[in-house]
Structure formats: C-alpha cells, structure tokens
Design a binder for this molecule. Structure first.
Ligand code: F6P
Length: 320
C-alpha cells in the first residue's frame, strides 16, 4: 500500500477528528501518502478527494464533529456504487482506506476490501452498538454530555417536584441510557433490550417513590423505546404528578471530546494506519477485554452483544 484514503461515515461522533489525525500522522510516519475523502462514501462517489499533510490535521484533536464531514450514502449500498467507489479509489491511486463509522459503514468497507482496496474500519458512533468492541469513539463524550444535561434537568425537576422523562440517543441500543441511568442516579431506566412495555408498573414505582418522600422522578428513556411525550402525558394523568419530557437529541453528538475519546481514538487511528502499512485488509479495530485488537470485518458484523446484565442488575438496585 502506498496511498491511503480516510473517510468518516454515518452519524458523527466526538473523537473522530482525533482518529483522523492519528491515521494521517501515523501513515505519513510510515512513508505513506494520505488523501481525505469528504462526506463519506457520498463524497467518494463524487470524487471529493483532497491531499492531506501532517499540518492538515493540526488543531483538530479538541474539536467535535469531523473535519472530513460525513453522510449516509444509499448509492454505496448497491453493487454498482461499490464498484464505482473502488474504481475511483484506483483512479486516484488510493490502494488503502480507513473507514470511521458504524456497522452500516463497515458493510461498505467489507465490499471495498473484496474489490481489492485494502480497507480497515474504526468504530465511530456514540451508540456503543458495535458488537466486536467494548468501546466506540464518541460514546464517552456523549454520555458525559447527556449526564451533565440530566443533572440540570434534575435541579428543576426537584424544585417543581416533578417527574421528568429524559430521552437519550442510542438508536436501538440502550448503552447511553444505562450509563446515564447509573451516572445520574435516575429513578428508572427504560432500555429497548429490557423494557417489557409495562407502563402500569412504571407508574406504580413513581407513586411508591413519592410515598417514600422522593421529590422528583427522573426516568431515562432510550430512543429505541421513544414516545417520551405521550408517555409523560399518560404518567401525569395516572399519577397527578406534573410530568415533562425532554428529548436531548443531537446535542449528544457534539462538543469537545473527552480525554478518553481523544486517547482511544488516537490509538485506534494509529493502529488502522499500521495495519494498512503491513498489508492488512478487511479488519476492524476494536477494544476488547482491555486491549486494542482487530477482527475480520465479516466475523465482526456477525457478532452480537447485549447490555451487560451485571450492570443492569446493579442499576436496578441503585435506582430504588
Ligand atoms: O448513530 C448515532 C445516532 O445519533 C443515533 O443515536 C440516532 O438514532 C441517529 O444517529 C440519529 O440520526 P440522524 O442524525 O440522521 O438524525
């Protein structure tokens, strides 16, 4: 491999810039050329490709978002789109690629590998929903952002003796909700992986909490369950307790990355460039059992994972 491309794809995540910086600088250190692909696979198909030097990634480690921009690209899910992408890579002399994104982006990365472009994936998503890894770039910043916001909601919720439903992101996964539930000391945590839809039981717990003298009820609701607004109305009607819903939304994707996200993203970015430099392809960099490792992309995509039961059991005791 002589020239590598780097792109960010899917939802952005704080720490992506640190990963890009590490890819660029490590690759240059190994004697490789680097090109930045703008707007993910969509930019690849539009040939939005720029040369990157060491200084192209100066002053970005502390910035949220992604300097390469990102997009979700339908065309790249088709065989024609993937072939066109591989041809464009060859046209620009790109024989290696680092794809920073989530599962959808990795399916595309696997296809690029099959078409002869050595490709390495890096897990970049706030959702932590990539099965092969215990860490994804952006999760740490997102849960800290959400935690701080929920602390603020708690203040006003207590003052008004209200019930507050706070909806956090995570798509179909409940990791952000679980971490905020524990970290914010919530009264209830609703996870798509566990919630049985028994709203009456939830209402009973709220009433019971009030009887035991609690001044507020913070309920962390995962995006995968959703319907926070209508849930709040039903809870207020059933309990007589003023209830408000707050959907934290895209603020969870922004902001300056935490130290952990900067450091882990840097290590993962460096590892991706190192793998390409030694001729590896079709690998996903991951953090598993306390070590940075890499997996075959297809094997990684076939893995499954679930909310750690122990953490959920602990949460259930602590929220009472
Ligand atoms: O995957 C990251 C994420 O923020 C999810 O938590 C959420 O479901 C989705 O992206 C939102 O996507 P969009 O930015 O397209 O609204």
């Amino acid at each position: 491999v002589k020239t590598i491309g780097v792109l960010t794809s899917g939802g952005d995540a704080p720490g992506m810039n640190a990963a890009i910086r590490a890819v660029v600088r490590t690759a240059i250190n190994k004697g490789l050329k680097v090109k930045g692909i703008m707007r993910g696979y969509a930019g690849l198909l539009e040939e939005e490709i720029v040369d990157m030097e060491s200084t192209s990634v100066s002053d970005i480690i502390n910035r949220g978002g992604t300097i390469l921009y990102t997009a979700r690209c339908k065309e790249f899910t088709t065989a024609e789109g993937q072939q066109k992408g591989a041809d464009i890579c060859r046209k620009h002399g790109i024989d290696g690629m680092v794809v920073i994104g989530g599962d959808g982006s990795f399916r595309g990365a696997g296809k690029l590998s099959a078409l002869g472009i050595n490709t390495i994936g890096l897990p970049g998503t706030i959702d932590l929903d990539i099965a092969c890894t215990d860490y994804t770039i952006g999760f740490d910043t997102a849960v800290n952002t959400a935690m701080e916001a929920i602390d603020k909601i708690r203040d006003t919720s207590t003052s008004h003796e209200r019930c507050s439903i706070v909806e956090v992101m995570g798509r179909n996964a409940g990791y952000i909700a679980l971490w905020c539930g524990i970290g914010n000391g919530a009264e209830d945590i609703l996870l798509p992986e566990r919630y049985d839809g028994n709203e009456q039981a939830l209402i009973n717990r709220i009433i019971d909490n009030r009887r035991r003298g609690k001044k507020h009820n913070i309920i962390i609701n995962a995006e995968g369950i959703g319907h926070s607004g209508s849930m709040a109305k039903r809870i207020e009607a059933a309990t007589g307790i003023e209830t408000r819903a707050t959907i934290l939304g895209h603020m969870q994707r922004g902001g300056t990355p935490t130290c952990k996200d900067r450091v882990y993203a840097s290590i993962m970015g460096a590892k991706a460039a190192e793998l390409l430099a030694v001729g590896k392809s079709n690998r996903l960099v991951a953090y598993k059992h306390g070590e940075f490792v890499d997996f075959d992309i297809q094997e990684a995509l076939n893995m499954t994972k679930d909310i750690p039961e122990e953490q959920y059991e602990i949460a259930k005791i602590l929220i009472r």
